[in-house]
Write a protein that binds this ligand. Structure first.
Ligand code: BG6
Ligand code: MG
Length: 217
């Protein structure tokens, strides 16, 4: 039985995944290659530093810590510029309705995101108060697929992991939910999100009826 819902941010609440991709691809281009869509799937849900390490590995590039720090800052500045104008209209279809619905039913809700930019993004979207708890990349030590982010969210909500539902668009995020022994809804391609408990094509399919079924069972 589901008693709490944990939302991923990028690619679930808001379509920022495309801005992460453009910013990382610009870094890769500096080294003379581009990130494929298959490679991009591996960047989803993954921390900033781990993403850079993967890109450098794909390009067979070795850098010093200082050089890496410069690239991390460069990527984040490009990303922040891209999301500067985010507002309520950028919330993905159905998400605001589900968040409001869960609040009306007193179902506790958490954000479980790898992003260090999570809070300013929620504030731009005007929905930070709809989350009882925010666990983000500033707090979490171990990146998804490690279950830490979702376990911290469950602990802070005072709900057992087996009663938590995770909504995620990334393979690493679904693996993290499974590692936490939580139920999951994958948003996106069912071939990629094969390990999710349920897969929906996009957030508009996240109906109140579907959530109600999970809250009942
Ligand atoms: C995740 C995204 O939510 O956050 C990743 O899916 C991103 O693509 C990660 O790398 C870290 O985000 P940020 O905003 O701290 O660079
Ligand atoms: Mg995501």
């Amino acid at each position: 039985m589901i008693k709490a819902v944990i939302f991923d941010l990028d690619g679930v609440v808001v379509d920022t995944a495309k801005f992460h991709f453009v910013a990382w691809n610009d870094i890769a281009k500096q080294f003379g290659f581009e990130i494929s869509s298959h490679q991009n799937e591996q960047l989803k849900g993954v921390s900033r530093i781990k993403s850079l390490d993967l890109i450098l590995e794909w390009g067979h590039i070795k850098l010093s810590q200082e050089q890496k720090t410069l690239l991390l800052n460069q990527k984040n500045e490009a990303y922040l510029a891209a999301i500067n104008l985010l507002n309520k209209t950028d919330i993905l279809p159905g998400i605001l309705e589900i968040l409001t619905y869960l609040k009306s039913k007193n179902i506790p809700v958490a954000l479980g995101s790898a992003s260090k930019n999570a809070l300013p993004i929620l504030q731009k979207l005007g929905i930070s108060t709809l989350f009882n708890v925010i666990v983000d990349g500033n707090i979490v030590q171990k990146a998804k697929p490690d279950p830490e982010v979702f376990m911290q969210a469950a602990n802070k909500l005072h709900v057992l992991p087996k009663h938590c539902l995770v909504i995620e668009d990334a393979k690493a995020g679904i693996d993290a939910a499974n590692n936490a022994k939580m139920t999951s809804i994958g948003i996106g391609n069912k071939e990629i999100l094969i390990n999710a408990s349920y897969v929906l094509e996009d957030t508009s399919k996240l109906s109140k009826k579907f959530i109600d079924e999970l809250l009942k069972n």
